[in-house]
Design a binder for this molecule. Sequence first.
Ligand code: ZN
Length: 263
Amino acid sequence: MFRKIGFRAESTPPAGETAAVPQPEPKLPVRCLVYVRFSGVNKAYAYYNDRFCLKEGDTVFVSGKLAGKPGTVESVQTHFKIRLSDYERILSKAEGDLRGHFEALMDKMVCVDPCVLPPEMFRTWVLPPEEDPEDVLLGEGFTADLNAFEQDDEMPQSALHKGLEMCKGGRVVYVHLQGSTGTAFLSGSVWREVNFTLKNGTVSDLYCSCPYPEDGMCKHMAAVLITLRFLTQCDKLQNTDSYVVLDRNWFWNTVSGTDQVDL
Ligand SMILES: [Zn+2]
């Protein structure tokens, strides 16, 4: 799990503090060589950067072989002479802090203010920037009844079983609902994004970013449907149609790797 400096989780605001005090972003980006460490890779690799203000602990995405994996900045070197063609680059930096009131709910952590962590922000933490957003086209989405999706003709039994395994493994890391518009992110060798509309127990406009939905709904959709059924049945969320939910292990792993936590 990657480390993110500036991540804050609060049960109550610190005494005397009325509003979040934004940390000033240091100066303009300067040319630098950035040493980045990736989970499962036992050495840090150097990348050229002139676009972002980076410091130790920041989460970044890079070009080259490790594209798509979040990396953690280990050090930033401004004294160098390199041949640019020898280096891959920093493509993006994960943005944003998390400040909000999260409560435990089974294997999840729930905040009823979805603005605390919008999907646009979470996406920068786990996915590289879209190379060509104009290239994304939507066909017809799936529709499913939250109380009966197991019997849906378009729900393969294999997807259902794998979806349940994903739920058990804590891979539905993020669910965001604002009104009826929903987004979920699921961890795996590649993170997947699921989008949906939820109204009166029916999920419609259900899409997944994975390339395998041709035989009906995929395991990611199944995992999200199972999670949504669980969430909509929770007393704590009965009177709201807006919340953000994080997997509990993911939440605590991320918080434990940071150096700014108020609990
Ligand atoms: Zn999928």
